[in-house]
Design a protein around this ligand. Structure first.
Ligand code: ZN
Length: 500
């Protein structure tokens, strides 16, 4: 008799199914499990008349003492079909299969290890309990290929696979069989490892590791007993999840009464709509996502328009069923959004890989923004004074937290750089004497470091921003009537070639 055969028969005698017997012998090749009858025959592992011999009849019918029948009953075509039937509507090409097992199976495996460990160690070269091929893995090896055929998707074990089919396994006697474990928890003050719903799998592992063999043997049958019911284990309640899909683009905002994101104070809406709500729900519908998260490169105030090429933004679309959008689909979506509202427009929409997201936030402080502000001077100002603003380059201003945002952010004082300025009268009047001083309207174009409070730069915010525009113009009083963002100098996402 070969060494392996002795261990194999010992495990079978203890009540292991064929698959679990191989697991405890450290068999790692999925093919061995997929063609288990052939494998056993080739290795000469069968006992006389093989696994159908009269001696094994009783064991054959009983659920396995380790997997409680998971590898006997929950790997059949019916189970696979039932799982497949619950995976609907996802267009992903690949899928990862995940399974969560009852805690009691971990206890049973430990009990069998205590029973068989020495023999396995000596004769099958299995060094410790962690060497036993994982039950999870074997179940997946047996189920994934057939599930793949039914789903028309490639199985993928990689962590990067975006689409996961999770199968929870339920065991009817879970609570009953875990009770001694609960008592152990309580006695040893391991409360932190207990979750309100019962022990976690990770918690069980830790407890089993910390529990003395003699203590374990007092609480649990070693070897583990045959499960009380013939069929007590089921794979049920499949959950599917697609990882995030990212749609990037730029938005323009034409309204002075629109917030960027839903504006709520104490749960009450302050604005009917928002930029986010005019864009995101349509995208969400297009990709059939469960939810979304909106983020952007900075934000503008409710009364500030964003013009030019717009402001970069990204939608993180969670659990999207439809992920294979062609450039034409994306273009159509863009048109749909743009036709649905006068307040907002989107451009350069595109699906982007996760690695590119850092671009949105990276160097946000170093980016520059270009604004145009409509200003009014309360004191007389000359055209010459306005023209002189054109000489401003990289002027450092100190800004204390504006009065209007003090309630939401901690007060601090920070330097910001004004890269350039340009101002002209409204309406422009080149014929006017450059030294003729009058109060009135003018426009200011200003290029600043991101994060500069432009409104405060203009009116000075009660001396909290220094120098202010009024100070630069000779200590006069200036107010701001309207502000537009003209450019956000972030060259991402890349511009889309609309001619294609
Ligand atoms: Zn088994």
């Amino acid at each position: 008799m070969t060494v392996n055969k002795k261990v194999f028969l010992f495990l079978r005698e203890a009540g292991c199914c064929l698959h679990c017997s191989l697991r405890f012998m450290r068999e790692r090749n999925p093919d061995s499990y997929l063609n288990i009858k052939d494998f056993i025959k080739e290795r000469g592992l069968e006992d006389g008349g093989g696994t159908d011999s009269p001696g094994h009849k009783v064991q054959k019918c009983n659920p396995c003492v380790v997997c409680a029948g998971l590898l006997q009953h929950c790997v059949d075509d019916h189970t696979v079909q039932e799982i497949a039937a619950q995976v609907g509507g996802y267009d992903a090409d690949r899928f990862a299969l995940a399974v969560s097992l009852p805690v009691s199976l971990g206890v049973r495996a430990h009990a069998l290890w205590l029973h068989a460990g020495e023999r396995c160690t000596a004769e099958a070269g299995v060094r410790d309990e962690g060497d036993v091929t994982a039950l999870k893995d074997v179940w997946k090896w047996l189920v994934a290929p057939r599930l793949a055929r039914l789903l028309g998707k490639e199985p993928d074990g990689g962590a990067s696979c975006g689409f996961t089919v999770s199968v929870p396994v339920a065991y009817e006697d879970e609570e009953e069989e875990c009770r001694p474990l609960h008592q152990l928890y309580r006695q040893n003050g391991w409360r932190s490892k207990l979750r309100s719903g019962g022990p976690t799998r990770k918690g069980t592992e830790l407890i089993l590791k910390d529990t003395d063999d003699a203590v374990f043997r007092k609480r649990f049958p070693v070897p583990p007993g045959v499960p009380a019911r013939a069929v007590s284990i089921r794979a049920e309640g499949v959950a599917c999840q697609h990882g995030s899909v990212y749609l990037a683009g730029r938005y323009l905002k034409f309204s002075r009464t629109l917030s960027q994101t839903p504006w709520l104070i104490d749960g009450e809406r302050k604005m009917k709509e928002s930029v986010e709500e005019l864009i995101a729900p349509r995208v969400q519908r297009a990709v059939a996502a469960a939810s979304y998260k909106f983020s952007s490169s900075g934000r503008e105030d409710v009364d500030v328009r964003t013009l030019g090429r717009g402001r970069p933004f990204v939608l993180d679309l969670l659990d999207a069923r439809r992920t294979k959008l062609s450039p034409r689909d994306v273009r159509r979506l863009e048109q749909e959004i743009n036709q649905s509202t006068q307040d907002v427009a989107v451009r350069d929409l595109q699906i982007v890989p996760k690695e590119q997201l850092a671009e949105l936030k990276q160097g946000e402080e170093e980016k520059t923004k270009r604004y145009v502000a409509l200003c009014v001077s309360r004191d007389p100002v000359t055209r010459r004074a306005l023209d002189r603003l054109g000489f401003v380059t990289d002027l450092q201003v100190m800004q204390k937290m504006p009065v209007r945002v003090l309630h939401r952010r901690p007060a601090s004082c920070r330097p910001r750089v004004v890269h350039s300025m340009r101002a002209w009268l409204v309406p422009d009047d080149p014929a006017r004497d450059p030294d003729d001083a009058r109060a009135g309207l003018f426009k200011l174009e200003v290029v600043t470091q991101a994060g500069t409070y432009v409104k405060e730069l203009v009116h000075g915010d009660f001396g909290r921003t220094t120098p202010s525009l009024g100070a630069l113009l000779g200590d006069i009083s200036v107010d701001i009537l309207a502000l537009d963002v003209m450019a956000v100098s972030l060259d991402w996402p890349p511009a889309v070639n609309y001619d294609m």
